[in-house]
Design a protein around this ligand. Structure first.
Ligand code: AMP
Length: 287
């Protein structure tokens, strides 16, 4: 099937309805574009799981704060289309802001609990934007499953919660973090990094590795691990820690002692570029 690009909500809904009526399973990967291997790994998973693979490319304004990088966010539709074509995407939903948020728009989805800590604290309104746009995209694309990366750990938790709480009829799949060979978690925002900043950015993944080693040797005290992690990151120039926390993976509340599955979540500014990364303790499947 030739890959289609659809910008109209109505047309996308009709496309998906036709696929469903033909008995096809639809998988869906929502993105903000500017693809890297992290995005492509989600699409490959989606390709495996369904007959029809839909993705969206939409830099969603409602999830950016007033001082954030919405205007400057990297965009390259032609390159993204070529990469999506290579992994076998069937349809790209590519709406504009007028289509998604027309005049008089006034409905938002707000997940509580799991969005309160971490990025919810430092980016007020961010998750409200994320869950709102995902709810809309699910109603537009009507997928049987949607695939998200665990790099945005809290986002995945919020989406899972929304789907459960609002009885949305689709499966949410989480996929492992894809990294550069030197460990840097892939992100569209990595293009912002100059050479010395990129070097400093490695402090995130390297500090996670140090934390993993402490955990593997039996350390379970959160303060002890976080103190080493913070000191390691702060030794690097250009870094400013937004948060470094260890939380329960279900509630995303801070914990003092690691007992069950928990996540070490980092958000660090490298000069003006804010990066996130995380590592899950007590999950044998995670590398
Ligand atoms: P974005 O375009 O940044 O909104 O990301 C779209 C999807 O790709 C989200 O589900 C992200 O969690 C996922 N993603 C981004 N970076 C990575 C990565 N390095 N590894 C795996 N998934 C990722």
């Amino acid at each position: 099937m030739e890959m289609k690009t659809i910008s109209s909500i109505r047309e996308m809904q009709l496309f998906s309805e036709a696929a469903r009526n033909a008995g096809q399973k639809i998988s869906f990967v929502p993105t903000m574009g500017y693809f890297h291997d992290g995005h492509l790994s989600l699409m490959r998973e989606g390709r495996q799981r369904a007959d029809c693979l839909a993705i969206s490319i939409y830099v969603n304004p409602t999830q950016f704060g007033p001082t954030e990088d919405f205007e400057n966010y990297p965009r390259n539709l032609e390159r993204d289309k070529a990469l999506a074509g290579d992994v076998g995407v069937d349809v790209i939903f590519y709406p504009d802001n007028k289509e998604m948020y027309p005049e008089h728009y006034q409905t938002y989805v707000d997940v509580e609990g799991v969005t309160e800590n971490l990025c919810g604290m430092s980016r007020p309104g961010h998750f409200r934007g994320v869950t709102t746009v995902c709810a809309k995209l699910f109603n537009i694309v009507k997928p049987h499953c949607a695939i998200f990366g665990k790099k945005d750990f809290q986002q995945l938790a919020a989406i899972k919660r929304m789907v459960l709480d609002l009885d949305m009829d689709l499966d949410i799949i989480g996929m492992p973090i894809v990294r550069e060979p030197d460990g840097l978690a892939m992100s569209s925002r990595n293009v912002y990094l100059k050479t010395d900043e990129r070097e400093a950015a490695l402090s995130l993944s390297r500090s996670l590795k140090i934390a993993k080693e402490m955990y593997d040797k039996g350390e379970r005290d959160v303060a002890a691990i976080l103190s080493v992690v913070r000191k390691y990151i702060e030794r690097h120039p250009h870094t400013n820690i937004d948060y470094a926390k260890i939380c329960d993976t279900t509630t995303l509340k801070d914990i003092g002692h690691i007992a069950g599955e928990s996540v070490l979540a980092l958000a660090v500014k490298i000069n003006r570029t804010r990066l996130i990364d995380n590592y899950v303790f007590g999950n044998r499947l995670e590398v």
